[in-house]
Design a protein around this ligand. Structure first.
Ligand code: AMP
Length: 398
């Protein structure tokens, strides 16, 4: 794996694809969570310390094919500059003569941030001309945007072909993500436990299928568990259910059984009479939920079952919350699972947390530094574990 660590950037202009797709406050446009900005600092600092200059390119939000003020990267300039303790220049486009001039005039130690790549529809289309124009801005291409590594866009994949092998490489973040993912995929330590939760089975089918071939235990919680429980003949009341996935859920359970994989569903649930923190609450077995009630968290016995499995695991992958953890009254299952993963990690297990909501959960419960690795890429990490080749990785490795 070629990374920025293998190069000296003295007098070189490094064009870095970062993922600065951060949430912005709707009124002030200040970044409300700067995790993604912080995640890019190490790569930027290394290049500057070598005596190189840095040109940063990113997308932000989902503009509809043209400039939109609310998605301008200008909103993060000050914040980024504060984190780097250095001025950050900004230019209000990412291609064109002015951009070319700004890049050309950049001196060693200077940092230039380009405007949102997605203001040009060519970015998401993977347009070759657009990618080539971007490529002209730097001597070296660095991809440090794991969050978009599963997209074959102009700046994430197509651009790489305009650089020679030794002039394209991964940034530190990207390298760390790949290494963490591979630690799970290539590790033969046992037991390997995958904990999958969240709202939708349909989003996680491919990863579940793949994991059945690898894991010793698959623990399923959250809203998606009820489709499985219904598939086994359970009564789930008004809990989330994807009727069109019932057959597939049955097949997955069958496959797990044939492969001797312990497929664990929540024995009991915290149920509510409406989707509301102040709803009436009760506890019952997950396959005996009456109509008018819905499972919004895993119950106490399920928590104990899950903890027991997690405690004895050597490798742990967690994606997706165990319940509606955003609501105070239905967060317990997610908290307890997160704590159990932290404890197992303390006792020597390797744990990777990936996927937007489980990452939000470990952050919310202050456990992020107690697991082995927290991934910055939701969709990208999922696709990585589905066994797909990510275009952003392939483009550098070819
Ligand atoms: P996903 O994006 O599929 O990972 O789903 C995450 C969302 O699932 C979170 O916003 C949770 O509140 C929600 N969720 C988790 N468990 C349940 C449940 N039992 N019923 C409804 N929503 C849930």
């Amino acid at each position: 794996m070629r990374t920025v660590n293998d190069s000296n950037f003295a007098n070189k202009k490094a064009l870095i694809r970062v993922d600065f797709n951060v949430p912005l406050d709707k009124q002030t446009f200040a970044a409300t969570d700067d995790t993604r900005l912080r995640a890019a600092l190490k790569t930027i600092n290394k290049i500057i310390a070598d005596g190189g200059s840095v040109i940063l390119m990113s997308h932000l939000g989902r503009p509809k094919g043209g400039p939109e003020d609310k998605y301008s990267l200008k909103h993060i300039v000050e914040h980024l500059s504060g984190l780097l303790n250095k001025p950050v220049k900004f230019i209000n486009d990412c291609i064109g003569d002015d951009v070319k001039d700004a890049a050309e005039n950049l001196k060693p130690g200077e940092i230039l941030l380009l405007e949102n790549l997605r203001f040009h529809p060519e970015e998401e289309k993977g347009d070759e001309k657009f990618a080539e124009q971007l490529s002209k801005l730097g001597d070296v291409y660095v991809n440090d945007a794991f969050g978009t590594a599963h997209r074959s866009h102009a700046s994430t994949a197509v651009i790489a072909k305009y650089f020679s092998t030794e002039n394209k490489m991964f940034g530190y973040l990207m390298a760390a993500e790949i290494e963490a993912g591979n630690k799970i995929l290539n590790n033969h330590q046992k037991p390997f436990t995958a904990i999958i939760g969240g709202a939708k089975v349909s989003d996680k089918i491919l990863i579940l299928e793949k994991l059945i071939d690898k894991a010793d235990n698959i623990v399923v919680g959250g809203g998606m568990a009820y489709t499985f429980i219904k598939a086994t003949g359970g009564k789930i009341g008004n809990s989330l259910c994807e009727e069109d996935r019932l057959e597939l859920a049955k097949q997955l359970l069958e496959k797990a059984k044939n492969k001797n994989v312990n497929f664990l569903l929540p024995y009991d649930s915290v149920i509510a009479d409406k989707f509301d923190n102040d709803a009436m609450k009760a506890n019952c077995m997950s396959h005996e939920i009456e109509d008018g009630w819905m499972g919004l968290d895993i119950g106490n016995k399920a928590i104990n079952d899950f903890i027991e499995v997690i405690k004895n695991s050597k490798i742990i992958l967690w994606n997706g919350p165990m319940g509606v953890f955003e609501m105070e009254n239905f967060k317990n299952g997610t908290v307890e699972v997160a704590k159990a993963i932290a404890e197992a990690t303390q006792n020597g297990a390797y744990s990777l947390v990936g996927g937007g909501d489980s990452v939000a959960a470990v952050n919310k419960f202050d456990l992020a530094d107690k697991v082995s690795y927290v991934s910055t890429g939701g969709g990208a990490m999922l696709e990585f574990f589905e066994g797909k080749i990510l275009p952003g990785i392939a483009a550098i490795e070819e």
